[in-house]
Design a protein around this ligand. Structure first.
Ligand SMILES: Nc1ncnc2c1ncn2[C@@H]1O[C@H](COP(=O)(O)OP(=O)(O)OP(=O)(O)O)[C@@H](O)[C@H]1O
Ligand SMILES: O=c1ccn([C@@H]2O[C@H](COP(=O)(O)O)[C@@H](O)[C@H]2O)c(=O)[nH]1
Length: 245
């Protein structure tokens, strides 16, 4: 389709957004809704890679706070993201018009999914398969936001969509400060200097270095993935030379 703003997209799906109103785990209806939205843009020709988080199941930092070894806890977190990746794969392939997918993991589990091989991932995208990256970067002490920035750079993504539970980037965490103000656009330098916690600094820094724009938007609003891919002004846009407003 000619009116797509972005052709190759790296979509970061928050794990927590998959649990809907639950306090843990996965809401199948939410996953089905996301799958339908994804199918809609893939049929229009978008080459889509997905990094899925694990916050709905396990975060390493929480395990460490309770006394676990941090690296071990992070490995559990990475395995949690594989569960989410397989759930999403299943939902995409169970649609009435199935979407072809491949899950690629950064931690080898060859009975379950392909290992991550960059050139292979790119080939899948060229053949219009949705590639779902599981197990984060494969390294403890990192996050799936950083993984999204890393994989986005590796596959030459035009943009990173961070689809989450907040409707953009605020000048402080809107869950903690009800008076926080939302930005329409900001630049990487501002995000880094203000230490905006919506994404970690490694992720912002990687996007800055590789000049990959980021769009942060609310996954809970129907049609937002399509709006983002058409370049409509939703959420917050982060780019190198953007004015802060
Ligand atoms: N300045 C800010 N603007 C917007 N959101 C912010 C800001 N600072 C912190 N946040 C918080 O960032 C979170 C968005 O990140 P998200 O929930 O997607 O986490 P994640 O770690 O990427 O995903 P997961 O749920 O898979 O762990 C929101 O919960 C929001 O409250
Ligand atoms: O590269 C990575 C990515 C993730 N982890 C661990 O997984 C969990 C879940 O990821 P979120 O980004 O929080 O959704 C994370 O808390 C880490 O424990 C990792 O170690 N390395």
């Amino acid at each position: 389709m000619d009116n797509l703003k972005y052709k190759r997209v790296l979509l970061k799906l928050s794990g927590e957004a998959l649990m809907g109103d639950r306090s843990f785990g996965i809401d199948p209806e939410i996953v089905q809704t996301i799958a339908l939205e994804i199918a809609d843009i893939v049929r229009d020709g978008v080459e889509l890679a997905i990094v899925v988080g694990g916050g709905n199941i396990f975060r390493g930092i929480n395990g460490a706070a309770k006394g676990m070894d941090r690296a071990t806890a992070d490995y559990i977190g990475m395995i949690a993201t594989v569960m989410n990746a397989l759930t999403l794969q299943d939902a995409l392939e169970q649609l009435d018009e199935p979407v072809p997918t491949r899950v690629m993991t950064a931690i080898a589990m060859q009975e379950v999914a392909e290992p991550y091989i960059r050139r292979r991932a790119i080939r899948h995208l060229e053949t219009k398969r949705v590639v779902i990256f599981g197990a984060g970067s494969g390294n403890p002490f990192f996050t799936t936001d950083t993984t999204a920035a890393l994989r986005g750079a590796e596959i030459n993504a035009d943009v990173i969509f961070k689809a989450t539970k907040v409707d953009g980037i605020y000048d402080s965490d809107p869950k903690k400060n009800p008076d926080a103000k939302r930005y329409q656009s900001i630049n990487y330098a501002h995000a880094l200097s203000q230490d905006l916690q919506v994404m970690d600094t490694t992720a912002f820094a990687l996007c800055k270095e590789n000049n990959i724009p980021i769009v942060v938007f609310d996954l809970g609003v129907a049609g937002n993935i399509r709006r983002a891919v058409m370049g409509e002004s939703i959420g917050t846009y982060v780019g190198g030379s953007c004015e802060v407003n």
